[in-house]
Design a protein around this ligand. Structure first.
Ligand SMILES: NC(=O)c1ccc[n+]([C@@H]2O[C@H](COP(=O)([O-])OP(=O)(O)OC[C@H]3O[C@@H](n4cnc5c(N)ncnc54)[C@H](OP(=O)(O)O)[C@@H]3O)[C@@H](O)[C@H]2O)c1
Length: 278
């Protein structure tokens, strides 16, 4: 299956859909990522905090898919934000993955309490110059965070990976990213624990187009120019989630799904420092 690509602001390309790996560990991670690659995914999203970089590397080797066909993305955790820490963190990620470069490397979250994300960004810019990281980006950044790293280095992140699903559609942040030329990657694109599969605008569109609710949700991301990274340990769902390029939602359908936004729509809550993503 041919997956369309987005061109990033640094000239490199990424598949329009990727594979999320949060929560996949050990043998389950190797099995799921190997199957995802066999099913056609060519962008794999991991992170130091997912504790599965070793398994992602193993799956890449096991899949037999040529390394140069796969975009591997990892993330620097909030506790590794000094310049030297971020360099060390990246080298350790490469060692665990068994790779000589990352295709995309992100700052996992700005960790504003520590306020050193701009140092991690300088490290990423230098790592890119060195060739250890092909494209550099961020995650969970607001307009202010983006502005600061751009102003300090002159380098604009290629990607901002943010929480995005119909209960939390973040139109303002999408606009900020668009205005700056940053691709918005959608994390928890299916809404995960609160998956809006049975909401009428989603279920009715699925019926009209003869597809599943999951496919409607992923189309909703793609038609806004965003890059969703659904996770599934289930091979049939992995295939289903990639098979989203043969139909198109109408503008009204997209708007009706965006209308599911809720004030309490965020998946995150509580203390970010205790969350595995942070
Ligand atoms: N940057 C950040 O701070 C951040 C935060 C959260 C997530 N992420 C990234 O985003 C990725 C995706 O987010 P996520 O894992 O939270 O949630 P998600 O991809 O929105 O949802 C995953 C859940 O949906 C189920 N699922 C997948 N496809 C389905 C389908 N077609 N129909 C029904 N159920 C389906 C999966 O079940 P099965 O596995 O059982 O099939 C799993 O329980 C993560 O894996 C991670 O890579 C990043």
């Amino acid at each position: 299956m041919e997956i369309p690509h987005y061109t990033l602001n640094d000239g490199h390309e990424l598949p329009a859909i990727g594979f999320g790996t949060a929560g996949l560990r050990g043998d389950d991670a190797v099995t799921a990522v190997t199957s995802a690659l066999e099913n056609g995914y060519r962008l794999i999203d991991t992170a130091v905090n997912y504790q599965n970089e070793t398994e992602v590397g193993e799956a890449i080797r096991r899949s037999g898919v040529p390394r140069e066909e796969i975009a591997v993305c990892s993330k620097i955790p909030g506790r590794h934000h000094g310049y030297d820490d971020a360099i060390r963190s990246t080298r350790e990620s490469l060692e665990r993955l068994g790779l000589d470069h990352l295709d995309l490397h992100l700052i996992h979250w700005p960790n504003p309490g520590r306020d050193r994300y701009h140092e991690a960004w300088r490290a990423l810019v230098d790592l890119q110059k060195e060739g250890l990281v092909r494209s550099v980006g961020v995650s969970n950044f607001t307009h202010d965070h983006l502005r600061r790293v751009i102003d300090e280095t002159g380098v604009t992140p290629a990607v901002n990976q943010i929480e995005l699903h119909p209960y939390f559609p973040q139109p303002e942040m999408q606009q900020v990213d668009d205005d700056l030329g940053v691709i918005t990657e959608s994390w928890s694109p299916l809404g995960k624990r609160q998956a809006p599969f049975t909401e009428p605008p989603v279920a009715e569109a699925a019926e009209r187009h003869g597809v599943t609710s999951g496919q409607v949700l992923l189309r909703w991301h793609l038609q806004q120019g965003n890059l969703p990274i659904p996770k599934s340990a289930t091979p049939s769902r992995q295939r289903e989630n990639l098979d989203v390029f043969g139909f198109e939602l109408t503008d009204d359908e997209v708007a009706a799904i965006s209308g599911l936004a809720r004030v309490d729509g965020r998946l995150f809550g509580g203390d970010p420092d205790t969350h595995e993503e942070m």
